[in-house]
Design a binder for this molecule. Structure first.
Ligand SMILES: Nc1ncnc2c1ncn2[C@@H]1O[C@H](COP(=O)(O)OP(=O)(O)OP(=O)(O)O)[C@@H](O)[C@H]1O
Length: 345
């Protein structure tokens, strides 16, 4: 993939900087709407050179926080800076931070190229840069087409192209893969990772946990306006409980014999149990001692999704009748994501 930058010197400086200086910094950030506190005393730092996922159930305060980062909403108290200054105090904000806040195509009769040229013109950005971002986002073949006729995927590429016009070091992307087909999701994932690899700071929100696990390096989770987790994806996943999946024609009998203090055995199906509190070795030895045949003995590490469900179980503002435990346990990433959405909405 072509570098998502037009300024090599600039980018090399950024890469050297990566991991050292926080580019988005929130300090005791609070936003109240009348009696409603949407964001409560939130502090976090988003660092360059990695993708930081911003997660939380619906109504948790993500959009409000993103709006305050972008200067679209004023904090009630506290502050948030981008590259050291509140957004509104930057002389050329488009060169500091690019944002994709709306997940829909712009409805306009203009061509993609003219749409981008219009934005560029109002920010003193040369047309040369418009052509560069068109190439970077793979829009070349449709650059002359009316934006109003764009698919959601093309609309997202156009939104990313607009966000990149000022070659900003910081990008804020709200649900960039929402509604995209698998090819579009794959493209956005690769693109976002490339932007971070260049040393840029990328803050990305998504409800798709399986996608976040593949895209983000670091995760900030908010619930009911407060930060409830701020850690690397690896650390968050490592904090989830592992369990051992055991398949046996005599699973029920094995379950009874394994049951003891600090061991939890869940019967998933006749013939399939999940054991927490014992290693696979211990279960295998116990089965051998009992003369019970095992058809499967697998240690399963919890997923980012499991960790997220545990973290946000008490933080969901609008709960449906779907049981979060059942949703988290749903088989396969897609099924579990669907369950998560049902809980979080
Ligand atoms: N302009 C407003 N006036 C009053 N309340 C608001 C306003 N904007 C947001 N809120 C409330 O603040 C809380 C946080 O909303 P916000 O949109 O930031 O959440 P979110 O995490 O982005 O949710 P979603 O995932 O649904 O986009 C919600 O309870 C919401 O109803």
């Amino acid at each position: 993939m072509q570098r998502a930058s037009c300024d090599t010197e600039h980018t090399d400086a950024r890469t050297k900087d990566a991991g050292t200086r926080a580019m988005i910094e929130a300090t005791a950030l609070t936003k109240r709407y009348g009696a409603k506190t949407a964001v409560h005393d939130v502090s976090f730092a988003v660092r360059p050179g990695q993708v930081t996922g911003f997660l939380g159930p619906n109504g948790a305060g993500k959009s409000t926080t993103m709006r305050m980062i972008m200067g679209l909403d004023r904090p009630t108290s506290g502050r948030v800076t981008v590259n050291g200054l509140p957004y509104a105090q930057h002389r050329s904000p488009l060169h500091e931070v690019g944002a994709l806040l709306e997940a829909k195509a712009v409805h306009t009769g203009r061509s993609a190229r003219n749409h981008l040229r219009a934005i560029a013109a109002t920010h003193g950005i040369p047309n040369r840069r418009v052509d560069e971002v068109i190439d970077l986002t793979g829009l070349h073949a449709v650059a002359g087409k009316r934006v109003g006729g764009f698919s959601l995927g093309m609309g997202q590429r156009l939104g990313l192209a607009a966000a990149l016009l000022g070659d900003p070091a910081t990008l804020i992307l709200d649900e960039p893969v929402n509604g995209l087909d698998p090819e579009g999701v794959l493209w956005v994932r690769g693109f976002v990772r490339q932007l971070a690899a260049e040393g840029r700071t990328v803050l990305l929100s998504s409800h798709l946990m399986s996608e976040m696990a593949l895209t983000a390096d670091h995760i900030i989770v908010i619930g009911k306006g407060r930060v409830i987790a701020d850690a690397s994806v690896a650390d968050i996943v490592a904090s989830t409980q592992t369990f051992v999946r055991v398949r046996s024609p005599r699973a029920a009998e094995l379950a009874r014999r394994l049951g003891q203090a600090d061991v939890t055995v869940t019967e998933v199906d006749p013939g399939l149990i999940e054991v927490r509190g014992l290693t696979a070795d211990a279960i295998g030895d116990a089965a051998l001692g009992l003369g019970v045949a095992l058809h499967e003995l697998t240690t399963v590490q919890g997923s980012l999704e499991d960790a997220y469900m545990n973290l946000t179980r008490d933080e969901v503002e609008y709960r449906t009748t779907v049981d979060p435990g059942a949703a988290a346990g749903a088989a396969g990433a897609t099924g579990a994501d669907a369950g998560l959405e049902a809980v979080a909405r």
